[in-house]
Design a protein around this ligand. Structure first.
Ligand code: UT7
Length: 319
Protein backbone atom coordinates (compact mmCIF):
# COMPACT_ATOMS: atom_id res chain seq x y z
CA UNK A 1 0.00 0.00 0.00
CA UNK A 2 1.22 3.50 -0.85
CA UNK A 3 0.87 6.37 1.59
CA UNK A 4 2.09 9.93 1.81
CA UNK A 5 4.08 11.10 4.83
CA UNK A 6 4.91 14.59 6.05
CA UNK A 7 8.71 14.69 6.29
CA UNK A 8 9.26 18.40 6.92
CA UNK A 9 7.38 21.53 7.90
CA UNK A 10 8.14 25.25 7.83
CA UNK A 11 6.43 28.53 8.55
CA UNK A 12 6.89 32.25 8.21
CA UNK A 13 5.38 35.30 9.85
CA UNK A 14 6.16 38.78 8.47
CA UNK A 15 8.33 41.02 10.63
CA UNK A 16 5.77 43.71 11.48
CA UNK A 17 3.62 42.93 14.54
CA UNK A 18 0.28 44.66 15.11
CA UNK A 19 -0.92 44.24 18.70
CA UNK A 20 -4.43 44.60 20.09
CA UNK A 21 -3.23 47.80 21.74
CA UNK A 22 -2.14 49.15 18.34
CA UNK A 23 -5.67 48.42 17.08
CA UNK A 24 -7.15 50.45 19.96
CA UNK A 25 -5.69 53.50 18.19
CA UNK A 26 -7.23 52.53 14.84
CA UNK A 27 -10.83 51.45 15.61
CA UNK A 28 -13.27 51.50 18.53
CA UNK A 29 -12.06 48.30 20.20
CA UNK A 30 -10.07 47.11 23.21
CA UNK A 31 -7.42 44.56 24.01
CA UNK A 32 -9.84 43.10 26.56
CA UNK A 33 -12.64 42.62 23.96
CA UNK A 34 -10.34 41.02 21.39
CA UNK A 35 -8.65 38.69 23.91
CA UNK A 36 -11.84 37.57 25.60
CA UNK A 37 -13.93 37.16 22.40
CA UNK A 38 -11.24 35.65 20.18
CA UNK A 39 -8.07 34.73 22.10
CA UNK A 40 -5.96 36.84 19.73
CA UNK A 41 -3.18 39.01 21.21
CA UNK A 42 -1.30 40.09 18.08
CA UNK A 43 -1.06 39.49 14.35
CA UNK A 44 1.70 39.95 11.75
CA UNK A 45 1.35 42.28 8.77
CA UNK A 46 3.25 41.82 5.50
CA UNK A 47 5.44 44.66 4.22
CA UNK A 48 4.12 46.63 1.24
CA UNK A 49 6.56 44.88 -1.11
CA UNK A 50 5.84 41.35 0.19
CA UNK A 51 3.48 39.02 -1.68
CA UNK A 52 1.84 35.71 -0.78
CA UNK A 53 4.48 33.89 -2.85
CA UNK A 54 7.27 35.62 -0.88
CA UNK A 55 5.78 34.40 2.41
CA UNK A 56 5.31 30.96 0.84
CA UNK A 57 8.95 30.91 -0.29
CA UNK A 58 10.24 31.45 3.27
CA UNK A 59 7.98 28.70 4.66
CA UNK A 60 8.79 26.32 1.78
CA UNK A 61 12.55 26.71 2.18
CA UNK A 62 12.23 25.93 5.90
CA UNK A 63 10.05 22.88 5.17
CA UNK A 64 12.45 21.57 2.52
CA UNK A 65 15.40 22.10 4.87
CA UNK A 66 13.62 20.19 7.64
CA UNK A 67 12.75 17.42 5.16
CA UNK A 68 16.31 17.29 3.81
CA UNK A 69 15.15 17.62 0.21
CA UNK A 70 16.14 20.01 -2.55
CA UNK A 71 13.64 21.86 -4.73
CA UNK A 72 14.60 19.52 -7.58
CA UNK A 73 13.14 16.57 -5.66
CA UNK A 74 9.69 18.22 -5.52
CA UNK A 75 7.42 17.03 -8.33
CA UNK A 76 4.15 18.70 -7.28
CA UNK A 77 3.45 22.16 -5.82
CA UNK A 78 0.04 23.08 -4.42
CA UNK A 79 -0.58 26.47 -2.85
CA UNK A 80 -3.71 27.23 -0.83
CA UNK A 81 -4.46 30.94 -0.81
CA UNK A 82 -7.33 33.41 -0.93
CA UNK A 83 -4.94 36.31 -1.42
CA UNK A 84 -2.91 35.38 -4.52
CA UNK A 85 -0.13 37.60 -5.87
CA UNK A 86 -2.26 38.39 -8.93
CA UNK A 87 -5.28 37.17 -10.91
CA UNK A 88 -2.93 34.89 -12.83
CA UNK A 89 -0.48 33.17 -13.05
CA UNK A 90 -1.18 31.13 -9.94
CA UNK A 91 0.81 31.80 -6.78
CA UNK A 92 2.01 28.18 -7.06
CA UNK A 93 3.61 28.90 -10.47
CA UNK A 94 5.23 32.07 -9.10
CA UNK A 95 6.52 30.08 -6.10
CA UNK A 96 7.80 27.37 -8.43
CA UNK A 97 9.83 29.96 -10.33
CA UNK A 98 11.20 31.47 -7.10
CA UNK A 99 12.27 27.97 -6.00
CA UNK A 100 14.05 27.51 -9.32
CA UNK A 101 12.07 24.39 -10.26
CA UNK A 102 10.62 23.67 -13.71
CA UNK A 103 8.25 21.15 -15.23
CA UNK A 104 6.32 19.73 -12.29
CA UNK A 105 2.60 20.55 -11.93
CA UNK A 106 1.91 23.64 -9.82
CA UNK A 107 -1.52 25.04 -9.04
CA UNK A 108 -3.53 26.96 -6.46
CA UNK A 109 -6.43 25.70 -4.37
CA UNK A 110 -9.12 28.14 -3.26
CA UNK A 111 -11.07 26.89 -0.27
CA UNK A 112 -10.46 29.91 1.99
CA UNK A 113 -9.64 28.84 5.59
CA UNK A 114 -10.05 25.15 4.65
CA UNK A 115 -7.58 25.64 1.80
CA UNK A 116 -4.66 23.83 3.43
CA UNK A 117 -6.85 20.81 4.24
CA UNK A 118 -8.04 20.72 0.61
CA UNK A 119 -4.48 21.11 -0.71
CA UNK A 120 -3.05 18.43 1.59
CA UNK A 121 -5.83 15.98 0.67
CA UNK A 122 -5.20 16.64 -3.03
CA UNK A 123 -1.44 16.11 -2.73
CA UNK A 124 -2.07 12.90 -0.76
CA UNK A 125 -4.24 11.60 -3.61
CA UNK A 126 -1.55 12.45 -6.21
CA UNK A 127 1.00 10.49 -4.17
CA UNK A 128 -1.26 7.52 -3.42
CA UNK A 129 -2.16 7.20 -7.09
CA UNK A 130 1.52 7.11 -8.03
CA UNK A 131 1.41 10.40 -9.95
CA UNK A 132 4.11 12.03 -7.84
CA UNK A 133 6.73 11.18 -5.20
CA UNK A 134 7.43 14.44 -3.40
CA UNK A 135 4.95 17.28 -2.93
CA UNK A 136 5.24 20.77 -1.49
CA UNK A 137 1.95 21.94 0.04
CA UNK A 138 1.69 25.53 1.21
CA UNK A 139 -0.89 27.76 2.86
CA UNK A 140 -0.06 31.45 2.44
CA UNK A 141 -2.13 34.56 3.05
CA UNK A 142 -1.94 38.34 3.15
CA UNK A 143 -5.38 39.07 4.60
CA UNK A 144 -4.29 42.56 5.67
CA UNK A 145 -4.88 43.59 2.03
CA UNK A 146 -8.54 42.47 1.92
CA UNK A 147 -9.59 43.89 5.29
CA UNK A 148 -11.60 47.07 5.76
CA UNK A 149 -9.44 48.67 8.46
CA UNK A 150 -12.44 50.77 9.56
CA UNK A 151 -14.56 47.66 10.28
CA UNK A 152 -13.80 46.59 13.86
CA UNK A 153 -15.89 43.43 13.50
CA UNK A 154 -13.41 41.93 10.99
CA UNK A 155 -10.09 43.83 11.01
CA UNK A 156 -9.13 42.65 14.51
CA UNK A 157 -9.46 38.99 13.56
CA UNK A 158 -7.02 38.31 10.73
CA UNK A 159 -3.28 38.34 10.08
CA UNK A 160 -0.66 37.42 7.47
CA UNK A 161 1.59 34.36 7.34
CA UNK A 162 2.52 31.12 5.61
CA UNK A 163 3.07 27.47 6.48
CA UNK A 164 4.38 24.61 4.34
CA UNK A 165 4.86 20.86 4.43
CA UNK A 166 6.83 18.42 2.29
CA UNK A 167 5.07 15.14 1.60
CA UNK A 168 6.80 12.02 0.31
CA UNK A 169 5.71 8.62 -0.96
CA UNK A 170 6.02 5.94 1.72
CA UNK A 171 5.13 2.30 2.33
CA UNK A 172 3.90 3.10 5.85
CA UNK A 173 1.33 5.69 6.94
CA UNK A 174 1.35 8.68 6.87
CA UNK A 175 -1.90 10.28 6.04
CA UNK A 176 -4.59 7.77 7.00
CA UNK A 177 -7.58 9.56 5.46
CA UNK A 178 -8.87 12.93 4.37
CA UNK A 179 -12.44 14.23 4.45
CA UNK A 180 -13.51 17.24 2.37
CA UNK A 181 -16.91 18.97 2.36
CA UNK A 182 -18.57 22.10 1.00
CA UNK A 183 -22.01 23.71 1.03
CA UNK A 184 -22.24 26.66 -1.34
CA UNK A 185 -25.68 27.62 -0.06
CA UNK A 186 -23.83 29.34 2.80
CA UNK A 187 -21.65 31.39 0.43
CA UNK A 188 -22.85 34.75 1.75
CA UNK A 189 -22.09 34.36 5.49
CA UNK A 190 -18.34 34.77 4.90
CA UNK A 191 -17.12 36.38 1.70
CA UNK A 192 -15.05 39.07 0.01
CA UNK A 193 -17.66 39.89 -2.63
CA UNK A 194 -15.62 41.83 -5.17
CA UNK A 195 -14.04 41.40 -8.58
CA UNK A 196 -12.29 43.31 -11.35
CA UNK A 197 -14.16 44.17 -14.55
CA UNK A 198 -12.73 46.41 -17.29
CA UNK A 199 -9.94 47.30 -14.87
CA UNK A 200 -12.37 48.59 -12.25
CA UNK A 201 -13.31 47.09 -8.88
CA UNK A 202 -16.78 45.58 -8.89
CA UNK A 203 -18.56 44.96 -5.58
CA UNK A 204 -16.82 45.18 -2.21
CA UNK A 205 -13.54 43.24 -2.12
CA UNK A 206 -13.20 43.21 1.68
CA UNK A 207 -13.82 40.39 4.15
CA UNK A 208 -17.47 40.44 5.25
CA UNK A 209 -18.75 38.03 7.87
CA UNK A 210 -21.86 37.18 9.84
CA UNK A 211 -19.69 36.33 12.83
CA UNK A 212 -22.28 34.57 14.95
CA UNK A 213 -23.66 32.40 12.13
CA UNK A 214 -20.13 31.44 11.09
CA UNK A 215 -19.25 30.63 14.70
CA UNK A 216 -22.16 28.18 15.14
CA UNK A 217 -21.67 26.57 11.74
CA UNK A 218 -17.94 26.13 12.40
CA UNK A 219 -18.43 24.33 15.72
CA UNK A 220 -21.04 22.00 14.18
CA UNK A 221 -19.09 20.94 11.07
CA UNK A 222 -15.71 20.72 12.80
CA UNK A 223 -17.13 18.22 15.27
CA UNK A 224 -18.69 16.24 12.39
CA UNK A 225 -15.43 16.19 10.40
CA UNK A 226 -13.43 14.93 13.38
CA UNK A 227 -15.96 12.19 14.14
CA UNK A 228 -16.00 11.16 10.48
CA UNK A 229 -12.18 10.84 10.37
CA UNK A 230 -12.02 8.92 13.63
CA UNK A 231 -14.83 6.51 12.64
CA UNK A 232 -13.36 5.77 9.20
CA UNK A 233 -10.13 4.63 10.86
CA UNK A 234 -11.85 2.61 13.61
CA UNK A 235 -10.37 4.88 16.25
CA UNK A 236 -11.79 6.60 19.33
CA UNK A 237 -11.51 10.29 20.21
CA UNK A 238 -9.14 9.19 23.00
CA UNK A 239 -6.76 7.84 20.31
CA UNK A 240 -6.17 11.39 19.02
CA UNK A 241 -2.90 12.66 20.45
CA UNK A 242 -3.05 16.13 18.89
CA UNK A 243 -5.86 18.16 17.38
CA UNK A 244 -4.58 20.92 15.12
CA UNK A 245 -7.60 23.09 14.34
CA UNK A 246 -7.91 26.07 12.05
CA UNK A 247 -6.91 29.00 14.26
CA UNK A 248 -9.90 31.39 14.00
CA UNK A 249 -11.27 31.88 17.49
CA UNK A 250 -10.29 30.27 20.81
CA UNK A 251 -13.98 29.98 21.71
CA UNK A 252 -14.65 27.91 18.56
CA UNK A 253 -11.63 25.73 19.38
CA UNK A 254 -12.70 25.22 23.02
CA UNK A 255 -16.34 24.54 22.08
CA UNK A 256 -15.32 21.94 19.48
CA UNK A 257 -12.91 20.22 21.87
CA UNK A 258 -15.58 20.19 24.60
CA UNK A 259 -18.21 18.67 22.28
CA UNK A 260 -15.70 15.99 21.29
CA UNK A 261 -14.65 15.33 24.90
CA UNK A 262 -11.05 16.13 23.97
CA UNK A 263 -8.96 17.82 26.71
CA UNK A 264 -7.48 21.20 25.69
CA UNK A 265 -4.01 19.82 26.59
CA UNK A 266 -4.27 17.84 23.34
CA UNK A 267 -5.19 20.87 21.22
CA UNK A 268 -2.52 22.99 19.55
CA UNK A 269 -3.28 26.71 19.82
CA UNK A 270 -1.10 29.37 18.20
CA UNK A 271 -3.74 31.93 17.29
CA UNK A 272 -2.80 34.26 20.15
CA UNK A 273 0.40 35.23 18.33
CA UNK A 274 -0.81 35.42 14.70
CA UNK A 275 -4.61 35.69 14.63
CA UNK A 276 -6.63 34.03 11.88
CA UNK A 277 -4.24 33.50 8.96
CA UNK A 278 -6.84 31.58 6.93
CA UNK A 279 -5.18 28.86 4.78
CA UNK A 280 -1.86 29.38 6.60
CA UNK A 281 -3.16 28.77 10.11
CA UNK A 282 -3.10 24.95 10.21
CA UNK A 283 0.45 24.50 8.83
CA UNK A 284 1.64 27.33 11.12
CA UNK A 285 0.27 25.47 14.16
CA UNK A 286 1.56 22.11 12.89
CA UNK A 287 5.06 23.51 12.40
CA UNK A 288 5.03 24.96 15.93
CA UNK A 289 3.96 21.70 17.59
CA UNK A 290 6.48 19.69 15.60
CA UNK A 291 9.41 21.99 16.28
CA UNK A 292 8.70 22.26 20.03
CA UNK A 293 8.69 18.45 20.24
CA UNK A 294 5.04 17.93 21.14
CA UNK A 295 4.32 15.69 18.12
CA UNK A 296 6.22 12.42 18.31
CA UNK A 297 6.51 9.39 16.00
CA UNK A 298 3.54 7.02 16.10
CA UNK A 299 1.09 9.64 17.38
CA UNK A 300 -2.26 10.41 15.76
CA UNK A 301 -2.53 14.03 14.60
CA UNK A 302 -5.86 15.33 13.37
CA UNK A 303 -5.95 18.52 11.28
CA UNK A 304 -9.31 20.22 10.78
CA UNK A 305 -10.44 23.40 9.06
CA UNK A 306 -13.50 25.41 8.14
CA UNK A 307 -13.93 28.49 6.01
CA UNK A 308 -15.76 30.51 3.40
CA UNK A 309 -17.69 28.71 0.73
CA UNK A 310 -18.68 27.15 3.09
CA UNK A 311 -15.93 24.56 3.10
CA UNK A 312 -14.67 22.25 5.81
CA UNK A 313 -12.66 19.08 6.27
CA UNK A 314 -10.16 17.03 8.22
CA UNK A 315 -6.97 15.06 7.60
CA UNK A 316 -5.90 12.29 9.98
CA UNK A 317 -2.17 11.52 10.13
CA UNK A 318 -0.18 8.83 11.93
CA UNK A 319 3.13 10.55 12.60
O1 UT7 B 1 -11.87 31.61 9.55
C1 UT7 B 1 -13.12 31.01 9.57
C2 UT7 B 1 -14.19 31.92 9.76
N1 UT7 B 1 -14.16 32.85 10.84
C3 UT7 B 1 -14.53 32.54 12.07
O2 UT7 B 1 -14.52 31.40 12.44
C4 UT7 B 1 -15.00 33.63 12.99
C5 UT7 B 1 -16.31 33.26 13.59
N2 UT7 B 1 -16.92 34.25 14.46
C6 UT7 B 1 -16.32 34.75 15.54
O3 UT7 B 1 -15.19 34.44 15.83
C7 UT7 B 1 -17.12 35.69 16.44
O4 UT7 B 1 -18.47 35.67 16.04
C8 UT7 B 1 -16.59 37.15 16.42
C9 UT7 B 1 -15.27 37.21 17.16
C10 UT7 B 1 -16.42 37.62 14.99
C11 UT7 B 1 -17.56 38.07 17.16
O5 UT7 B 1 -17.79 37.60 18.48
P1 UT7 B 1 -19.27 37.53 19.05
O6 UT7 B 1 -19.17 37.09 20.45
O7 UT7 B 1 -20.06 36.69 18.10
O8 UT7 B 1 -19.70 39.05 19.04
P2 UT7 B 1 -20.92 39.74 18.28
O9 UT7 B 1 -20.65 39.75 16.80
O10 UT7 B 1 -22.19 39.14 18.76
O11 UT7 B 1 -20.79 41.20 18.81
C12 UT7 B 1 -20.97 41.51 20.19
C13 UT7 B 1 -20.76 42.99 20.40
C14 UT7 B 1 -21.51 43.86 19.40
O12 UT7 B 1 -21.98 45.00 20.09
P3 UT7 B 1 -23.53 45.08 20.59
O13 UT7 B 1 -24.34 44.96 19.33
O14 UT7 B 1 -23.71 43.91 21.52
O15 UT7 B 1 -23.59 46.42 21.25
C15 UT7 B 1 -20.47 44.29 18.41
O16 UT7 B 1 -20.76 45.51 17.80
O17 UT7 B 1 -19.37 43.30 20.21
C16 UT7 B 1 -19.26 44.40 19.31
N3 UT7 B 1 -17.99 44.28 18.59
C17 UT7 B 1 -16.85 44.79 19.08
N4 UT7 B 1 -16.56 45.48 20.19
C18 UT7 B 1 -15.28 45.82 20.38
C19 UT7 B 1 -17.74 43.66 17.40
N5 UT7 B 1 -16.45 43.76 17.11
C20 UT7 B 1 -15.86 44.45 18.12
C21 UT7 B 1 -14.54 44.85 18.38
N6 UT7 B 1 -14.29 45.52 19.51
N7 UT7 B 1 -13.51 44.57 17.55
Amino acid sequence: MTYSRVIGTGSYLPEKVLTNHDLENMVDTSDEWIRSRTGIVQRHIAAANETASDLALHASREAMKAAGVTAGEIDLIIVATTTPDMIFPSTACILQDKLGVRGCPAFDVQAVCSGFIYALATADMFIRSGRCRGALVVGTEIYSRILDWNDRSTCVLFGDGAGAVVLTKSARPGILSSHLHADGSHKNILSAPGNICDGKIQGRPFVMMEGNTVFKFAVKVLEEAVLEAVAENNLQISDIDWLIPHQANIRIIISTAKKLGLPMEKVVVTLDRHGNTSAASIPLALDTALRDGRIRPGQHVLLEGVGGGFTWGAVLIRW
